[in-house]
Design a protein around this ligand. Sequence first.
Ligand code: FAD
Length: 426
Amino acid sequence: MDALRLMTRRNVVRGIAAAAASFTFPCPSRAQSAARIVVIGGGFGGAACARALRRIDAKLQVALIEPNKVFTACPFSNEVIAGLREIEAQQFGYDRISAEGITVIAQAAVKIDPQKRSVGLADGTSLAYDRLVLAPGIDLRFDALPGYDEATAAKMPHAWKAGEQTILLRRQLEVMEDGGLVALAVPASPSRCPPAPYERASLIAHYLKAKKPRSKIIILDAKDAIPQQRLFEKAWKELYPGMIERISLSQGGRVVSVDASTNTLVTDFGNYDAKVANVIPPQKAGRIADIAGAVDNTGWCPIDPVTFASRLVPDIHVIGDACIGGAIPKSASAANAEAKACAGAVASLISGASPAMPKLDGTCYNTVAPGYAFSLSGSYQPKDDIFAEIEGSGFTSPVDASRETRLRESDIAQSWYHTITAETFG
Ligand code: FAD
């Protein structure tokens, strides 16, 4: 914690006074050298941003606040659910990040005072900052789907934050009898990783086909169009004929409530009693962003796309799933690209330089069976104050590609995971 100011309740008044003074009279030497950057959230966005900041300028004092000592990654967690890999392959610690001179604080941030520029931690201490980067990911909107709350999630898992929930869904599939109905409730956009529910349905089908072939999967969807729709539908026909049925929004697929006592998903057109119910509720920015005042009435954080600066609160930047990224889908790939661009912008602002115009590249891989994947990629730049896809930059795997191509994409997907996790945590 060394140079960073960690304030206890006892010296909080002194800390606030110092922060208030520097707010009124910015200190040029600190601005150019030992500026204090606090990053909240040690996931794909936050951890990558903290590292990038230190690499850009080793004099910056960077603290990373994250309550979990081990991070559990969502990408590839659908393979854990399908029994194709173990949860340990998803888990990463923070030792390498600490070794780079970043102060890793295993606490949750519970309070933010933008005027005093301080972050309150769960243990009652607080931390002063010159600039704050928020990367808290998502929270699930337990108020948005009648019948579904945190307690219900222990029976009808969402598995939309990886960890215990991922294991719970896997166990439920393992104990389900052959012939059971697995139902997935998919929310409307925006949400974390738009194609992931369909990847999940595919991999669950792979598991069921081998172990419980009389079982069926139904996707109850609050959307009409889905990413890479033709590719998913073709793969389902080819690999899992008759196993997966998707009911879109206009076909009455939106789940309007659930009843955990009977494992029932209710739509306007009918009820579905599932043996396993995977309920993915609507989402919003992680709660700490709301506490900071950085969330608007959409539930997400509006930002300036050049600097990732909050449009609502000074000296705060927001990256990853929590921010409104325009055309950029909420993904680990995007969070990583945003993290690096944001680190560059923050370092420029501190040194008084103009931030560069960011160009973010992102690729999303969907694995529908072992050795069978396809991808979607794009590049994005600020346009009309929001991120827009650069014309002609988008690429999607062809619908009629050969199995060799699908195999190659599956290998590339594995390499992508190794690279992004090594870059972020390794
Ligand atoms: P996260 O990675 O979730 O990190 C947020 C961190 O903030 C967490 O560690 C959390 O503990 C911490 N935090 C929250 N509140 C506080 C607080 N108050 N104080 C301190 N810390 C706090 N993306 C891809 O690119 N490719 C994929 O193949 C892919 N597959 C996916 C599959 C599934 C099933 C799911 C659900 C998602 C998938 N994603 C994928 C999406 C990806 O996981 C997210 O987009 C990515 O994790 C977002 O990064 P983030 O930093 O915004 O949030």
